[in-house]
Design a protein around this ligand. Structure first.
Ligand code: NDP
Length: 273
């Protein structure tokens, strides 16, 4: 049977096996999908061994995405732009192809929630790996402006300069931000510690859409905060997780699974519904 897995550390709580098993059942593909948690300095060896032993493809998550970028034979254009690889496929001619499906997953999820990106004013919080992966797919939707704000301002400036050729992207400090924005995407890891990015409450209004890439069984700190300040449309990153997985599955199997039912099952599994 064709073998796939996700590499990460820690990875025990990953939802990817659950999601890909449902995709396989739905599309009647024969495959198995597991987990691998190599020591941080043993990822390269573990990756090679997996493919030497017949593995067909894998996902890569924290903290290995940047290392995976350096280990594959060939990179997709979107992986090159993201500077990180979250999906690897062994091609028929034995080439390890590195791809990045995170940004496409974010955009697909935003669209599935009815969020309009064209001509919109987007604020992206954070300038780490997730922000970098999101930038090109977001700019491809032709927003009127995309502003990056990050705690370490120089990192936001670097990203804006790097992606400047792809669209109207600028960097501002949190203090400089002036609304109204149509959409705020939180790609910081602040919610992981129950913290908030230092965003002025005045930037939140009733028609704004709020997206937190993080997710959990209950509202993230950022979503709770935005709701308190009047945001009516709030979304967490669970849909992005399912959409990036669907994109990876399509890369591997050449068939696109449906995501709605799988997202519902995942929410049930997490106790969200
Ligand atoms: P990185 O570590 O690369 O970047 C973290 C970012 O968060 C940096 O910009 C950092 O700022 C900022 N940050 C951290 N703590 C705070 C704080 N207290 N206040 C303000 N800013 C803060 O992480 P990633 O980009 O890889 O991941 C970010 C988040 O996105 C994670 O929560 C991750 O779980 C989520 N994610 C979700 C996905 C999904 O499918 N739903 C996919 C990928 C990521 P500074 O530069 O100043 O340190």
């Amino acid at each position: 049977m064709d073998r796939y897995l996700v590499f990460g550390h820690p990875v025990r709580h990953s939802k990817s096996p659950f999601i890909h098993t449902l995709f396989a059942r739905q599309t009647q593909q024969e495959l198995e999908y597991g987990l691998a948690e190599p020591a941080v300095d043993e990822f390269a060896h573990a990756l090679r061994t997996f493919f030497d032993q017949g593995g067909k493809g894998c996902n890569v998550t924290v903290p290995f995405k940047e290392q995976a970028f350096t280990l594959v034979d060939r990179l997709s254009p979107r992986a090159k732009l993201a500077g990180a690889v979250n999906t690897i496929k062994l091609t028929d001619d034995g080439v390890l192809l590195g791809d990045n499906t995170d940004g496409a997953g974010l955009v697909a999820d935003l669209k599935s929630h009815g969020v309009t990106l064209a001509d919109s004013r987007i604020l992206l919080l954070g300038a780490g790996g997730a922000a970098r992966g999101a930038l090109a797919p977001l700019l491809a939707e032709l927003p009127s402006e995309l502003v990056i704000a990050n705690r370490t301002h120089t990192k936001a400036q670097q990203l804006a300069a790097e992606f400047h050729d792809l669209g109207p992207v600028t960097a501002q400090t949190y203090e400089q931000l002036a609304g109204p924005f149509d959409l705020v995407i939180n790609s910081t890891s602040a919610s992981l510690q129950g913290e908030l990015p230092p965003l002025a409450p005045a930037l939140i209004h009733t028609d704004i859409a709020i997206y937190d890439m993080m997710y959990g069984a209950s509202d993230t700190a950022f979503i709770s905060w935005a709701k308190q300040h009047g945001a009516r449309q709030t979304m967490d990153g669970l849909g992005m997780l399912v959409e990036q997985a669907a994109e990876a599955f399509t890369v591997w199997r050449g068939i696109r699974p449906g995501t709605k039912q799988v997202l519902r099952e995942l929410k049930r599994n997490l106790g969200v519904i």
